[in-house]
Design a protein around this ligand. Structure first.
Ligand SMILES: [Zn+2]
Length: 515
């Protein structure tokens, strides 16, 4: 179902019927707040835990939950592997009766929105004994759907494909080279009705175009996934409230965004598939008024997408190199049996895909997320004399990292327990209010090495999987190129057919209006 078509009604109805604890996993912080406001009148307790709250606010919210009260709780996907969140739920014996996974296509590598955070959702569901699961998505490709169903154990699929809206006016403009493209963009934007989005395929391009447009006197801003969270929220808010006319953005912008009055969506570079193009173009004209959906097409741009495919699904030599050099996984040193991968590294989606492949063929096994240092404050000073005396003493004597965090192994050593047990004790103390765990922490994802080194047979098994995905992505790209180079058939009709909908000519796209 497309965004804005009442996806949230699905779980509201189910939650009302169930009267239990519904956990909604959503990557959309801005949308969470809207949802909380709109559901607030239903006689449920509704709350959202998000990264904009500081750790004290988050803890206060968790402490205030009542186990038997009907509850809808919104959380970002990364929260599910947060030990403090798990400890807080466990301390109250709270288990979700239903878990709703919004934007569920993010769990699939087949789609264009894969997010490493989503890979941990099945682990979380394992730990809660697989409650009911509802997955929601606006993207409905066959492979993506199959993968969602498999990973989240979904038995039944409901829904419909998005259809073309006649107020979206599709066109493709051929350009040659950077200067030609920039001029085409500028002359379009100068006469266009505002506001609009310019989509690029990289962070750098979004920033460059923003600078270019502002230099030409256009009220522009940029948005991409590598900005700091609060900068991102500010950029998004300014665009949503009408302070910014043109937002130069990567695909990171728009998921769940429901700004009704977008008058143009320009694609400055090409997307990876018709499906992605359609989803992004479809963010325009939600109010039913016209929206110009313009693709600027310079054939060398195809190489950018081909490069993404090669990097996401590397050939055996590159896989081996990544295993040895980038991820430092092999060969196993004498006597060693654990590898630590910094969290940061894992947040490169390509690295996440590779690690998953290594797990698939049994080279490594994921132990879990491990904290190496935490920011911790004693809140209750009586704790230092009471049941937390030993813990408090251990915290006080632990050495600090350069950024002022307390080293967890030191705390564990003083307590005479393992790092994991020390962390569990900290979580318990935080849940009970004796200490405050700040939101800063150094984290790693720990892998146990199962085999000493990668063998040719492993590389072949990985290549078999990689080849399938590479071929699939290449085919999607070829289909998009065919759409871009098409001059004979109505564009809306072509997209409709691609998505499995019979349609008549739209009469408004560039192909229709030439005829
Ligand atoms: Zn047409």
């Amino acid at each position: 179902m497309p965004t804005g078509s009442g996806k949230s009604l699905c779980y509201q109805v189910a939650a009302c019927a169930m009267q239990g604890f519904t956990l909604v996993v959503s990557p959309l912080i801005a949308l969470m707040e809207d949802q909380v406001r709109s559901i607030a009148g239903l006689g449920f307790k509704v709350a959202a835990l998000n990264s904009l709250m500081d750790s004290r606010q988050q803890m206060a919210l968790l402490r205030g939950l009542e186990p038997d009260e009907p509850l809808i709780l919104f959380v970002a996907p990364e929260r599910l592997r947060d030990g403090l969140f798990q400890a807080a739920l466990e301390s109250k014996s709270m288990r979700p009766d239903m878990v709703v996974v919004d934007e569920a296509h993010c769990i699939s590598e087949w789609g264009h929105d894969f997010r490493a955070d989503y890979l941990f959702i099945p682990d979380f569901l394992d730990r809660c004994g697989w409650p009911r699961v509802m997955a929601l998505t606006a993207t409905a490709g066959d492979q993506v759907r199959a993968e969602i169903c498999q990973l989240l154990r979904i038995a039944r699929v409901y829904g419909d494909f998005p259809v073309h809206r006649p107020n979206l006016i599709l066109s493709v403009r051929s350009v040659r080279g950077k200067e030609d493209k920039q001029q085409e963009l500028l002359s379009f934007v100068r006469t266009a009705r505002m506001p609009g989005i310019v989509y690029t395929s990289s962070r750098g391009a979004a920033e460059d175009l923003d600078a270019f447009l502002r230099a030409a006197g256009i009220n522009a801003a940029y948005y991409h996934g590598e900005m700091k969270a609060d900068d991102r929220v500010r950029a998004s808010d300014a665009f949503m409230s009408g302070q910014t006319d043109v937002l130069c953005a990567t695909k990171a912008f728009g998921m769940g965004i429901d700004k009704p009055d977008i008058r143009f969506v320009i694609h400055y570079q090409i997307t990876e598939s018709i499906e992605q193009y359609w989803q992004e173009a479809g963010r325009g004209g939600r109010d039913g008024q016209d929206c110009q959906c313009v693709q600027l097409y310079d054939p060398p741009d195809i190489k950018i997408q081909k490069g993404f495919i090669t990097r996401s699904y590397p050939k055996p030599l590159a896989v081996k190199k990544a295993y040895q050099d980038e991820l430092s996984l092999g060969p196993l040193p004498w006597g060693g049996d654990a590898r630590d991968i910094p969290m940061q590294r894992f947040y490169d989606d390509n690295a996440a895909i590779l690690l998953k492949r290594f797990e698939d063929v049994g080279l490594i096994a994921r132990v879990g997320e491990v904290m190496t240092a935490v920011s911790v404050d004693l809140v209750d000073h009586r704790a230092a004399r009471g049941p937390y005396a030993r813990l408090a003493a251990a915290i006080n004597s632990a050495s600090s990292t350069a950024n002022g965090l307390s080293r967890l192994p030191d705390i564990a050593f003083k307590l005479g327990v393992s790092d994991a047990e020390a962390l569990a004790m900290l979580y318990r103390a935080a849940v009970e209010g004796a200490i405050d765990l700040g939101s800063r922490a150094d984290r790693i994802i720990r892998y146990r090495t199962v085999k000493p080194d990668i063998a040719d047979a492993d590389l072949e098994a990985i290549e078999e999987k990689m080849a399938g995905r590479r071929a699939y992505k290449t085919q999607r790209l070829d289909e998009l190129v065919a759409y871009l180079e098409n001059t004979m058939q109505c564009r809306a009709r072509l997209i409709g057919e691609y998505l499995g909908k019979e349609m008549s000519d739209c009469g408004r796209c560039d192909v229709c209006s030439r005829q």
